[in-house]
Structure formats: C-alpha cells, structure tokens
Design a protein around this ligand. Structure first.
Ligand code: 13P
Length: 339
C-alpha cells in the first residue's frame, strides 16, 4: 500500500472549489433516467450522454473526479480517446463503482446488505490497469417504523470496511458511502439519530479493518427529513444537524466528505452544501459527489436529441459551477436560472 499516493489522490478528489460527479449508474438505473426523457438506453446513447457530461466546456474547473460504471470505464470519446484518459488529462480523476448493489438481507425483512466482495481483489487490479484511481461502494440504510436494525447497520458497515481495506491494498482510494435514505416520512431528528448510529459503526469497522483514514473519502447522506415528512427542515437546520453529526463521528484525519444528493433537487443540494461551508472552518473538506443533483438539469436539457447536446453541456457546467461555489459558501439562490 502506498499511503502517500492514497492521500494525494484523496485530497485531489476533494480539492478546494471542486467535487465529484457520480456518473456510475448501473444498467437498470440509467434506463430509469433515460425513460424519464423517452430515450432508449442503448450502448450508443449511454456513451453519447456520458461524453456530453465529461467534455462539457468549463465543467472540469469544478470537477475533481468522476465515478464511472464498468461499461463506461471501457468506453471512449467518439474521437477514440478512452474516457479514463480524457478525464485524467483534464484534471478529473477517474473512479469506478465496484459494489454489485443492495440485496435483501435474509432474516431482516425490508433491509438490505450490499454485495460484491467476492472476486473484488481481482476486479480492483483490472480497474487500476484501466485507469481508475478510486472506487465507490454504496451501503443503503432505510428508515421506517421498525428499521434499521442494529444488525443491518453492522452488516453493511462490515462490508464497507472490507471493501475499503481491499481498495487500499490495491492503491485505490475507497469512497465509503453509507447512505441513510430520505424516502420515508421520518423527521430530521430521526435521520440524525440513525445517521449517528451508522457513522459510529462505520468508523468502528474501518478501524477494526485497519483502513487508513488519510487515504479515503466519506460519502454520507445529509441529515434531512424524509421526503414524505409533514415537516421539512430549513436549509439552516439541515446544515447544522449534518455538521453536528459529522463532527461527532468523523475523525479529522479523513481528508474529505463528499455528500450524495439522495433525491434532493439540484438547487436544494447546492443550498445545503453552501450553508454547511458557511458555518465556518471544518477539519475536512465538505464537498459534493452528486449524481442526480448534478445531472438532472442536463438530462432534461438534452432530452436525447443531438441538437440539444450543447444545451445539455451548458446545463451541466452551470450545476458544476454552482456546486463549486458552494464549496466556499459563495453560492446564492439568485444565481439559479429562471424557472
Ligand atoms: P445521488 O446524488 O443521485 O444520490 O447519487 C449519488 C450516488 O453516487 C449514489 O450512490
């Protein structure tokens, strides 16, 4: 393990003013996104869409890393340049999703555990050959009346830590993503307590598995009320609760925290990150690793039509820029495009 290299890559992924684009949708997920714009999820369309994002003029100023799906890491720009090479040459570190998805956890109805550890050592070696310098593994914790169970949190944290240790052995920076979902009707306090419980177990398992904190990036949910909750918290409340939870559980040795957007609108995700960075100096970089919140406006602008390619790139570049500004608390709602 090259700890120096791991730390250098981790810091570059969350460099000031920059964040990460999550473009690692699996086949079923990208199909769902393309269905929403009546576009076929063909290999050609997936290549074109990802090329539109990666080559958007100006976006690379605000993007320090891109998470790819297996198929995408093996694809190239239309001029023949492999995506991984293009990204690296433009200052965006290529990364790879390596988990195989959240599967039903036997004996625990309604709960899941993320799979993908079998053969991971060999897959990581190949991905590094293909240019990946970091990886992602997403664990999912759902909130409802009787869940999550302690066992579900433990099983997911254990798998996350095994994944992270294997990544570091292969000189690949692990993005450790324990996502507490915002799908329920729970209030923000419930999200805070489940997030606290989850982060405590994740860091206990990372320590037990001897994961080097300086060589990883944490990708957590924000502390936020469930989508179906009667009371939605204010931007300030979300920012304060999230920073409180992270301060209590994330050691300062972790170089950066890059949030998922989890179903927030693009503008909400930017406003929340901005408010957190306005709360003052934190021991870690507070950044973004958004999928939907970076891509949704671009997907809508493009709509699968060649004549909208430049409009799609402009919509993505704007989202990247606004989130880049939120990294230093310099974003304002007035910067949003008129509806
Ligand atoms: P969202 O920002 O759309 O939640 O996606 C981020 C991600 O990579 C989830 O694993």
């Amino acid at each position: 393990m090259n700890q120096q290299e791991l730390n250098t890559v981790a810091r570059a992924m969350v460099a000031p003013g920059k964040g990460i684009l999550a473009a690692d949708e699996s086949f079923p997920t990208i199909k769902k996104r393309f269905d929403s714009i009546d576009t076929e999820s063909s290999e050609e369309n997936r290549q074109l869409y990802r090329e539109m994002l990666f080559t958007a003029p100006e976006a690379s100023q605000y993007i320090g890393g891109v998470i790819l799906f297996d198929e995408t890491l093996r694809q190239s720009c239309r001029d023949g340049t492999p995506f991984a090479k293009y990204l690296a040459e433009h200052g965006m570190i290529p990364g790879i999703k390596v988990d195989k998805g959240a599967k039903a956890l036997a004996g625990f109805p309604g709960e899941t555990v993320t799979e993908g550890l079998d053969g991971l050592r060999e897959r990581l070696a190949e991905y590094r050959e293909l240019g990946a310098r970091f990886a992602k593994w997403r664990a999912v914790i759902d909130i409802a009346a009787d869940i999550p169970s302690e066992f579900c949190i433990h099983a997911n944290a254990h798998a996350l830590a095994r994944y992270a240790a294997l990544c570091q052995e292969a000189d690949i920076v692990p993005i450790v993503e324990p996502e507490v979902l915002m799908d329920g009707d729970h209030d923000i306090d419930r999200c805070e307590s489940v997030t606290n419980q989850t982060l405590a177990e994740v860091f206990a398992q990372l320590a037990a598995h001897k994961v080097v904190l300086e060589g990883m990036v944490l990708k957590p949910n924000m502390v936020i009320a469930g989508k179906k909750s009667a009371r939605q918290a204010s931007v300030q409340e979300v920012a304060e609760a999230t920073v409180r939870s992270l301060t209590a559980h994330v050691p300062p040795a972790v170089p950066g925290i890059a949030f998922l957007s989890g179903g927030q609108s693009a503008a909400e995700a930017t406003a929340h990150l901005n408010a957190m960075n306005q709360l003052g100096d934190h021991p870690w970089e507070l950044s973004f690793s958004y999928g939907r919140a970076l891509q949704a406006p671009a997907l809508q602008a493009w709509h699968g039509k060649a004549e909208n390619y430049a409009a799609g790139q402009a919509a993505f570049a704007l989202r990247a820029k606004l989130n880049g500004l939120a990294r230093s608390g310099s974003y304002e709602a007035a910067m949003e495009p008129a509806a």
